[in-house]
Unconditional design. Structure first.
Length: 52
């Protein structure tokens, strides 16, 4: 996956409220993503629910 594609997908997930994006005013820039409650309720790729 290219950095551009990764950035686009992370932005799409943040726009869909599945990820929370946090950025710091640092040099170089630093960005972190955390799953939202919406994301943690989604089924896993293997079809199982995430364990609590």
């Amino acid at each position: 996956m290219t950095p551009t594609v990764l950035s686009q997908r992370l932005s799409e997930l943040a726009d869909a409220d599945s990820l929370e994006r946090r950025s710091d005013d640092e040099s170089p820039p630093h960005v972190e993503y955390e799953p939202t409650e919406t994301a943690t309720e989604l089924p896993r790729q293997d079809g199982r629910r995430p364990s609590a």
